[in-house]
Design a protein around this ligand. Sequence first.
Ligand SMILES: Nc1ncnc2c1ncn2[C@@H]1O[C@H](COP(=O)(O)OP(=O)(O)OP(=O)(O)O)[C@@H](O)[C@H]1O
Length: 285
Amino acid sequence: MSALISIKKLTKRYSGNAVVSEVNLKVNPGQILGLVGPNGAGKTTCLKALLGLTDFEGDIDVLGFNPRAQRAQMLSDVAYIADVAVLPKWLSVKQALSYMAGVHPKFDIEKARSFLAKTKIKAHAKVKTLSKGMVAQLHLALILALDVKVLVLDEPTLGLDILTRREFYNQLLQEFYSEDKCIIVTTHQIEEIEHILTDVAFIQNGKLVLAESTDSIRERFKLVTVDEAHLEQASALKPLSANRLMGLTTMLFDNVSVAELNTFGEVKTPSLADVFVGVMAKEAC
Ligand SMILES: Nc1ncnc2c1ncn2[C@@H]1O[C@H](COP(=O)(O)OP(=O)(O)OP(=O)(O)O)[C@@H](O)[C@H]1O
C-alpha cells in the first residue's frame, strides 16, 4: 500500500532553534491520524510544513507532490481547516458555496446544499447571524462536499460545545471518510475523538515520542489497579506512571504481559488520554 503522506526527517528551525526535530511519519489510505501533543509541541508546524506553508529541512511527499515546489497541484486533492468556527462575517451561505465552487475543482455544490438542507441554515443567511455551532455546520458542509484524498484539521472544534463537537466528528466519519482517503487531526481533546482514530502520533518538544495504530496501543499499554500487597512488586516493573487516588493506586504499564499484571490487581485497557499522559510524563523524566 503506498502512503498518501510520507514525512522523512522533518526538521523546522526558527532563529536556529529546532521546534520540530527529525520527524518521520507515514499516513496510508484509510487512516485517521491524531497528532497529539501539549501546547507548543510542534503540531501546527508539522501541518504547515506538509501543506507547503513554511520551509523546512527533510523530505515530505503528499500524494506524490512536493508540498513546497508543487503546492498548487497538491492542493487540488488536499483540504485544510484550522478552525471551523471562523468564516468571514459578511459572507452569506450562498456566497460561501459559490466561492468554494469557483476556487476548488473537487467541490460538489449539490452535496453541500443537500447537507445544509438538513440543518436550520438558510442560503441567504449571513455568517454574522449564525451561531458558532451553525458556522461549524456550514464549515462542515464545505468540507464534506470536497472530494479530496487528504483532509488536514488543526484543532477544528475549538470553542464549540460538546454536542456540536461530537456531531462534527460523527458527520465527518459518515459523510467524508472512506477507505481511500486519510485525515490528520490535531486536538487537545483526545478522549472525544479516540473512537474515530485509527492511529496516533504523540509529539513532545518537537519530537515524535510514539506513533502507532490505536489497536496496537490498546494491546501494548495496560492500566492496573494494584492491590496494596503488590505495590512493591508492580513498581519494580517500572510503570510509566503511578497515581494514588482515594486509597487506590493505578499504574500504567508498557509491554508487560497481561498474565503477570493480573497477579497485581484489576487490569484494564487504558484510554488514549491515559496513555498520552503516561508517555508524556515518562519522556519528561
Ligand atoms: N513563526 C514562528 N516564529 C518563531 N517561533 C515559532 C513560530 N511559529 C511557531 N513557533 C514556535 O514553534 C513551537 C511549536 O509551535 P506550534 O504552533 O507548532 O505548536 P502546537 O503544538 O501547534 O501548539 P498548540 O497546541 O499550542 O497550538 C512553539 O515553541 C512556537 O513558539
